[in-house]
Structure formats: structure tokens, C-alpha cells
Design a protein around this ligand. Sequence first.
Ligand code: GTP
Length: 598
Amino acid sequence: MDRSRIRNFSIIAHIDHGKSTLADRLLETTGALTDREKTNQFLDKLDLERERGITIKAQAVRLKYRADDGKDYILNLIDTPGHVDFSYEVSRSLAACEGGLLVVDASQGVEAQTLANVYLAIDQNLEVFPVLNKIDLPGAEPARIKEEIEEIIGLDASDAVEASAKEGIGIHEILEAIVAKVPAPAGDADAPLKALIFDSWYDSYQGVIMLVRIFDGTLKKGEKIHLMASGRSYEVLKIGAFTPHPVEMPEMAAGEVGFIIAGIKVLQDAKVGDTITHLNRCADKPLAGFQEVKPMVYSGLYPIDSGDYDALRDAMEKLRLNDASFSFEPENSLALGFGFRCGFLGLLHMEIIQERLEREFNMELITTAPTVRYRVITTKGEELVVDSANKLPDVQYIDRILEPFILASVHVPNDYVGGVLALCEEKRGIQREIKYLTSNRVMVIYELPLNEIVLDFYDRLKTVSRGYASLDYEFLDYRPSDLVRLNIMVNGEVVDALSLIVHRDKSQLRGRELVSKMKEFIPRQQYEVAVQAAIGNKVVARANVKALRKDVTAKCYGGDITRKRKLLEKQKEGKKRMKQVGNVELPQEAFLAILKVK
Ligand code: GTP
């Protein structure tokens, strides 16, 4: 394969600006799809496609294109996931490319959420060029949007292609621009092998499938490979590319993109970002940028019906097969019974897993408020890792507690900078830098404690910037901090699932807010219920949920027995989504009350 004829690129776009439609057009125009496949969006099928016993994830598609210069080119379209929790995966996918197509809806303009990925691409020295999509719409304003791209992002948009993925306008020009603007890959096909894993997944027939970009060297079927970060060695069983149909190839050389199957049984052995080299001719050092992805956010997941415990564990095991960054271990709570403590990359990842458990596996769950991992040094000098308030030792045994800090970069238009700064200060942030990127675009950089981010930072950021701020963050370090355990008591009993680790300066306020929120969520019972917040033995806030005055059945006039029964039935239904704690019933909302306070 002649490297000068390869182009590796990705499409960067905001949701709904037409990425999938455009990708399908590119496939169609280059003859990659059959007539039947043209009718439905091929690349948008999240349901994993099964064909010839292999799962296709259209994360990297190889297209053949004869350009106007009469030469044949191979265009590798590499897709990227689109959220801050997955920014590491995005960065690895972008690292496999030399160029990026920035697709902007010509009737909408640049959207904040696109920016984080554009900057990731620019930081990695990708050649990024804009395409204005949806010019068929009456509201399209290509001239204004070009100005906006230059103003906000600082990219030259003077010769941006004007296209309509829907109508098939400008597709030829886009393909020509890819050939002309995206640099051909560099690399040495004779050097020791260096291949980047930018995606991997588990297939029940083939084992783990890895998508790779070869930077140096040549890999042939049957050769022995070594994965430098995981330290494992395997034999290559299959090499190929998705066109989008899987096509096997005898070898793959520097500059090329494709899949490798090597009989790997667990996803954890084929980590995104790892470097593949030859076992007997090892590269001297791996490609830069590998990170061990570690869960950042933890929460408890409990079945509402304790009989579902085994089913929940089975469901979680299935999810973990294909998600190396999700972890769980058994945990039990006095209030909630047997369940699991789960680790996630971030809040969105947590929501995705919860939703999949509920939808795909029909689990009814109670989840506890998210927390981060603390490091606790005991008075005996031991170090403990604590991912839940209940694992925090009593105060007299604690020497100090360290909490994780992150470096947050917020891109925001000028007008909203004030709001963003106030929010970061409120969240115990330490200002690092404020950079003016263009006359209207600012980058605010703060060091922030992660525990302040996991609760509601992202939502608040969107509110103070009217949706225009984008957030990107990376882990920094652990720092000593004055943290305490805040307990919530219901009728004098500590509800362990509600305990929190908070900064001392905020504990009073948090306690008061929590107690008043809890009061709203706890339904009235036959007797008065006292809700208290306490640090150690000291009660910092209290509220009472008044007793029910009237008998519930009193509403039923005339003593109609069937009506009375119905009402009692209904009450029983309602109880299913409650957990009995001591003599009080608590609804799910009460366990997440912390997410509702500011
Ligand atoms: P996600 O898959 O949600 O990330 O969105 P996407 O960016 O892939 O957008 P998608 O291709 O699904 O397009 C979003 C909507 O815009 C769909 O209803 C498309 O039919 C429509 N659309 C895409 N391209 C064009 C275009 O050129 N003109 C018009 N009028 N509509 C378009």
C-alpha cells in the first residue's frame, strides 16, 4: 500500500448537525453500500451488526476513492464518541488521524459542545477544515456561519465546502478536500512495529476485536505480538478492515487503519491507547499518550427487590464484558440491604449504565448519591482508599484525608465569564488562568476538587452560560483537605446510604439543605418523623415531617368496601418503590436528595 494515497480523518460535529447523514453519503458515493443498505442509516445503527459471525462497530470505515487527479485513494473514516466522560477515548481516536472535518449546520452555527473536540483535534496537530452542512435549508446563512467559525474557533473558513448531506450537494467537493487537505500519514514500514489501539470490544465468536492505527512497521497474519502496557503476548489470527463489511487482509503497514483479532479473551488486556509491537522485535518505547482509565465516580446500586440480587450481578457482569471502565463489587448497607458499589468514568457513564440495567435487564434499582475516591491516612500511618462515606473510619483514627483534584478547562463566550468564575469559586476552585482565545471566546482554567464536580457542576455550568460553556477536565493529584462525614438520621437512626463526605466549611449548609429537601421527599406517616443531619455527635440541622392527621380511608364516603380496598391496593403499589428504614419508608428521591441541593 502506497502511504501517500492514504488519508485518515474523523468527522467532528455537534449532535444533529448531520454527521451520520454525511458519513452515509460518503459511504454511498464511494460505493461502499449496497442499495438495500442505502435505505437505512448504516453508521447510525447502535445495535451491533452481526455478519459472518463478527460484530461490526462502524468506528473505522475504509473507503476507496478515485480522485479528480485520476489516482485511487484509501480514505479511513474514524468515528469518535462525543462526551466529556469519554474524552480519553476521543483523544485516542483523534490520535489515529491526520485530519478532521468540522461539520457545522449552516442554519445553526457553532455550538459550544463541539468545541472541546475541535480543540482536542487542533491540540493533536490535526488539519481541521470546516464544512457547512444543510445549505438546502431556507434558514441557511453560510456567510455568517463562516465568520462565526473564524471568530470563535480561529479556523480559516474562506474555502469551506457548502454542502447538503441530505440532498447530496457538495459531497464530491468534500471528498476532494479530504484528499487535498488531510496530510498523508508519515511512518516507516520497515521500522519496529508500533500500532495504536484506539478502540476495542468483545465479540462472543471472535474474542476481543481491536481497531488499530499502524504508525511504524508492518504486521502480518500469524505473527506474535506484544501489548506494551498490559504486558501480554498473542498470535495474530486475523487482520482486516471494515469497508464497512469486514474484509480480511494478509498484512497491514505503517499509515494503515484496520482491525486485529488475536484470541484475546478479556477486554482489559486490550486497552484503548496501548501500543502493539512484535514480540521478537520490540519497539524501544510505546506511543505517547497511554492512560490507565480509572473510575472517577462511585455510587451504590441496590435492587429494590432483594430477590433480584443475583440477576443484577449477572446483568452487571454482562455489561462489564464490553466496558472495561465499569467496575463493581458487593457492598451492603443497613438501610438498603445487599447491593454493589460501582465505579464509573463520570456522571454520564453512570447514567448510561443505570439506564441500560433498567431498560435492557428490567432491573428496578435504588442508586445512592455519587462520590469520589478519597485517601485516608490513619493515626497508625496506614493508607486507606475510601469510596463511600461508610468506609470512613471514626474521627479519632484519622490523621488526614486527601481528596482528588482535577484541572478543568471551560470554554465560554465573553458574556458568561462572570457566572463561570463565581461558580468555580463557590466550588472551592483555585484559579489558574483566564485566556482570551478570540475577542469573544475565553478559556477559564481552574483547579477544582472532583467531589464538587460530581454533584451538579455540569448542570450549573450550563445554566450560568445559557448552554454555551463546554467543560473538559483531567485528573491532577490528591491534596489534604478538611473533610468530615455528615450523617443523616431518620427518627434517630443513621441511614448509612445517605451519609456523605463533605468539606467542613460546607457541612452546616449542606446539612441544612439536605434535611429540608428530605422533608419534602418523605411522605407523611402515622407518626411524626424527625430528620437530622449530624457531624459526629453534633446535630447541625433538623426538620420534622408531621404525622398524618386523617385516616387515608376517611376520604371514602359511604363506606364502599370495594373502593376502600382499591385505595389500600394503590397504597401498596406505591410502597414497592420505597425502602423501609427502621420504622420509616423512604422513596428513591430521598436517597438522591443530595443531587437536588445546590
Ligand atoms: P447524531 O446521530 O444524533 O449525533 O446526529 P448527527 O450529527 O449524526 O445528525 P444526523 O445525520 O442524524 O442528522 C440530524 C438531522 O438532520 C436528520 O433529521 C437529518 O435528516 C437532517 N439532515 C442531515 N443533513 C441534512 C442536510 O444537509 N439538510 C437538511 N435539510 N437536513 C439534514
